[in-house]
Design a protein around this ligand. Structure first.
Ligand code: DLL
Length: 423
C-alpha cells in the first residue's frame, strides 16, 4: 500500500476513534476539553499532534475500568499487566478487538514463514499476561496447530517439543535461551527436534542474542513486539529480512517524540514510541506513551511490505539506569557479554549506593570451558570484560564472575537489574 493510501485509511480511522472516545469515555472527553478541542478539530492523521497524551499513570488512576469506551456488556476479555508498583493496569477487548489482535499476530507469523502446516509451541505465560493467549489466537487464525504449553515445567516443554515435532517456539528470548540449554543438557540430539522458527519478544534482546539463539536451536529467530495497553503481542513483527520490526500501522499509529519535550523528533531519529489505536473499540488508546526508545524507518523493506519498521528497542525511558550520572541501558551490557565467547548469556546488574556513591556490580556466568580454579586466569577474564564494559558504557563496573548456571533462570521476563538505591 502506498504511503498516501495508508494515510487515508489512518485518517478515516483516527476520526472514528476520536468520535468514539469523545462520546463514550469521560476520561478522554475531559482531557480533550481541557485542551479546548472537539472531534471536529481532527480532520486527518496530520492533526494527531492536537490530541492529548495518555500514560500508564492514567490507567492506574482510573483502575480498573475507567478507560473503557464500550459498555462492559460488550467486553468479552480482560487482560492485565503487573505494574512495577501498586495496582495492575487493566485492558478490555470487544469481540472485534480480539479478531484484530488475532489478525495482527497472524501477520507476524506469516512474515516468519509459519503456515497451517506448522505446529507452534506457545511458551509465553497464559493468563492475565497477553503473551500466551495472544500468540495462541494468532496461530489458530492461520490454521496452524497450537501447543498451548504456557511457561514453566521446562523438562516437559522439551519433551513435548520433541515428541510433538514443534516447528515453532513462541516465548521470551531469555526463556528460549534456558530451553536451549536444557535441550543441550538433556542429551537428546538437536537433529531429533523439528524447530525452525522462534517468535521472541516481550523484553529487549540484541542481535548477538539472536545469533546465539539461532545457533543453539538451529532456527531463525524473529522479533515480535507489543504491549498490553495496545493489545499485547503482535503490534509489530519482523519479516524474513530481519531488518527492523514492521508495525501494523493500519491498526496502531506510531509516532516518535522526545521523551522530555514531547515534541516529534526529526524523521529517523531516536525517541519515545507513542501509539494511537485506530480500530480498537473496548479500550482505544490515544497517543499512549510506551516509554520504549527506538526509531522508525519509512523506506520500503526488501520483503515488499510497506508497513513502517521500527529499530531494535534500546531500552525504556524508565528502565534506564543513571549510575554515577551516566545513563546505562541493560541492553548495552547484554551486548558486551554476548560478544565475548567466554561468557554465558546470563547476567545480573546490582546497583546500590554506599557513602553517597553509586556502586555498580555486574555478575556474569563464565562458560564451563573457560571456568577455572586458577586465580590468574579468572583475574585476566575479569579485566577483559571490565575494560570492554568501561569503553561501551563510559563507566566502570565491579565484575563478579560466577559459576555456570548459578544465576537464577527466568520462565518469563528475565530480571536483570536489582537496584537497591534509595534515592
Ligand atoms: O510483553 C506483550 C508481548 C508478549 C509482546 C509476548 C511480545 C511477545 P507487556 O507485559 O505490557 O506486554 O510489556 C510491554 O515489553 O513496552 C517493551 O518495553 C517490552 N517489549 C515487548 N516486546 C518487546 C520486544 C508484552 N520485541 C513492554 N523487544 C514493551 C523489546 C519488548 N521490548
Amino acid at each position: 500500500m502506498s504511503r498516501d493510501e495508508m494515510r487515508k485509511i489512518q485518517s478515516i480511522r483516527l476520526k472514528q476513534t476520536v468520535e468514539r472516545v469523545y462520546h463514550n469515555s469521560t476520561f478522554y472527553r475531559k482531557k480533550m476539553q481541557e485542551l479546548g478541542i472537539t472531534p471536529n478539530d481532527i480532520e486527518s492523521i496530520d492533526d494527531i499532534g492536537k490530541l492529548p497524551f495518555t500514560t500508564k499513570q492514567d490507567l492506574r488512576d482510573n483502575y480498573p475500568f475507567g478507560l473503557m469506551s464500550s459498555p462492559m456488556s460488550e467486553i468479552v476479555r480482560l487482560h492485565a499487566s503487573s505494574g512495577t508498583t501498586g495496582k495492575p493496569i487493566v485492558v478490555g477487548y470487544t469481540r472485534s478487538d480480539l479478531a484484530v489482535w488475532a489478525e495482527v499476530v497472524a501477520r507476524c507469523l506469516t512474515a516468519y514463514g509459519v503456515t497451517k502446516n506448522d505446529r507452534i509451541q506457545v511458551s509465553y505465560g497464559y493468563g492475565l499476561f497477553t503473551g500466551g493467549l495472544g500468540a495462541h489466537m494468532g496461530v489458530e487464525n492461520i490454521g496452524g496447530t497450537v501447543i498451548p504449553m504456557s511457561s514453566g515445567n521446562t523438562q516437559k516443554q522439551i519433551q513435548l517439543m520433541h515428541d510433538f515435532g514443534a516447528n515453532g517456539l513462541a516465548c521470551t528470548p531469555s526463556y528460549a535461551m534456558y530451553l536451549a540449554e536444557t535441550i543441550h543438557a538433556s542429551g537428546i540430539p538437536l537433529e531429533e527436534f523439528q524447530l525452525r522458527i522462534g517468535a521472541f519478544g516481550a523484553e529487549p534482546w540484541s542481535e548477538n542474542m539472536r545469533k546465539e539463539l539461532e545457533e543453539k536451536l538451529h532456527i531463525k529467530a524473529y522479533d515480535i513486539y507489543g504491549l498490553t495497553e495496545i493489545c499485547g503481542p503482535g503490534v509489530g513483527g519482523e519479516c524474513e529480512c530481519q531488518n527492523g520490526t514492521h508495525l501494523w500501522e493500519d491498526h496502531f499509529f506510531p509516532e516518535i517524540v522526545d521523551p522530555v519535550t514531547l515534541q516529534p523528533v526529526a524523521p529517523g531519529e531516536e525517541g519515545e514510541l507513542v501509539f494511537t489505536t485506530l480500530t480498537k473499540e473496548g479500550m482505544p488508546m490515544i497517543r499512549y506513551r510506551t516509554r520504549d526508545l527506538t526509531h522508525l524507518i519509512y523506506d520500503k523493506c526488501e520483503c515488499g511490505r510497506t508497513a513502517v519498521r521500527m529499530g531494535r528497542i534500546m531500552g525504556r525511558s524508565d528502565d534506564m539506569l543513571i549510575i554515577r550520572g551516566v545513563n546505562v541501558f541493560p541492553s548495552q551490557i547484554e551486548s558486551v557479554i554476548l560478544e565475548m565467547p567466554e561468557f554465558e548469556p546470563h547476567y545480573l546488574i546490582v546497583v546500590d549506593r554506599k557513602n553517597n556513591t553509586d556502586t555498580f556490580e555486574v555478575q556474569v556466568e563464565v562458560r564451563q570451558e573457560f571456568y577455572s580454579d586458577e586465580i590468574n586466569r579468572m583475574m585476566a577474564l575479569k579485566k577483559k570484560i571490565g575494560h570492554r564494559l568501561q569503553s561501551v558504557l563510559g563507566i566502570s563496573a565491579d565484575i563478579k564472575l560466577v559459576e555456570p548456571r548459578s544465576i537464577e533462570r527466568s520462565q518469563g521476563k528475565a530480571k536483570r537489574v536489582i537496584d537497591n538505591r534509595k534515592i
